[in-house]
Design a protein around this ligand. Structure first.
Ligand SMILES: Nc1ncnc2c1ncn2[C@@H]1O[C@H](COP(=O)(O)OP(=O)(O)OP(=O)(O)O)[C@@H](O)[C@H]1O
Length: 251
């Protein structure tokens, strides 16, 4: 008898009616309001919207950094609400990569030592070629021994991306990854993120205020007042994206 193998593509990240409230009573703020979204494997998504629309909250809930008030978040098919703090920390460490606007590198450590930190924290002794491969993936093979102070802004962000990817996470979240970089350096980092998606099937979710950065994404998700306010393809281009976000600002 022949059996047909069941191929089940796991969605790297899924939000099901996620609501996140802060405070109580008259001071209560609904930062995220019943948001349902899927981030498909091997795609790059940009999250945009006016200041205070819930972009960071969305990223933090999707990454298991903040717990939703209601609704469900699934990473690689695991529902985060069912995990205790310890299990959630382990899942975040192994399955989630996160990069910040301000790089957050350890200044006393070299690029290689920064990149291997998540493995060290997991109690693993990284193989030399593993760290070299991680730095090579972000085009910094020749900078392994440099400390952050000896690197440009774009190179620092690329070390931060190498560090975020060293555990081969299901998803890489980036909160304004080019916010501290000049236009030319931003383009280098964005092209590199795009290449990670296209050649390695990495899933990337990025918050940005910059329509030109969002144009690198496959899809742009728009938020307003904590709710989904639309979606458009990155291929629509920076001008069209800017027009849609401007329309949300004046709503
Ligand atoms: N810890 C908190 N306590 C109270 N309110 C909060 C808290 N964190 C966020 N908020 C509120 O939730 C809403 C969404 O905030 P969030 O930071 O997610 O927005 P954002 O779109 O990322 O904004 P920005 O573009 O300015 O960074 C805002 O009204 C914010 O003031």
């Amino acid at each position: 008898m022949t059996t047909t193998p069941t191929v089940r593509a796991t969605v790297p990240v899924e939000l099901r009616s996620v609501t996140r409230c802060h405070g109580t009573g008259e001071h209560a703020v609904t930062a995220l309001d019943a948001v349902t979204l899927r981030f498909a494997a091997g795609t790059m998504t940009a999250v945009m919207g006016p200041s205070g629309s819930g972009k960071s909250t969305l990223l933090h809930c999707a990454a298991g950094i903040e717990r939703p008030t209601s609704g469900e978040v699934l990473i690689d098919g695991t529902e985060l609400g069912g995990l205790d703090e310890n299990a959630l920390t382990l899942l975040r460490r192994d399955r989630v990569g996160f990069v910040f606007q301000s790089f957050n590198l350890v200044t006393a450590l070299t690029a290689a030592q920064n990149a291997e930190l998540p493995l060290r924290l997991a109690g693993r002794r990284p193989a030399a070629d593993e760290v070299a491969a991680a730095l090579a993936r972000v085009g910094l093979a020749d900078r392994a021994g440099h400390r952050p102070g000896e690197l440009s802004g774009g190179q620092r962000q690329r070390v931060a991306i190498a560090r975020a990817l060293i555990t081969r996470p299901a998803v890489l979240f980036a909160d304004e990854p080019t916010g501290a970089l000049d236009t030319r350096t931003s383009r280098t980092v964005l092209r590199m993120l795009r290449e990670l998606v296209d050649t390695q099937g990495q899933t990337v979710v990025m918050v940005t205020h910059d329509p030109a950065a969002a144009a690198y994404a496959d899809q742009v998700v728009l938020l307003a007042d904590g709710r989904l306010a639309g979606e458009l393809p990155g291929a629509a281009g920076a001008e069209a994206i800017a027009a849609r976000t401007a329309a949300l600002e004046v709503r």
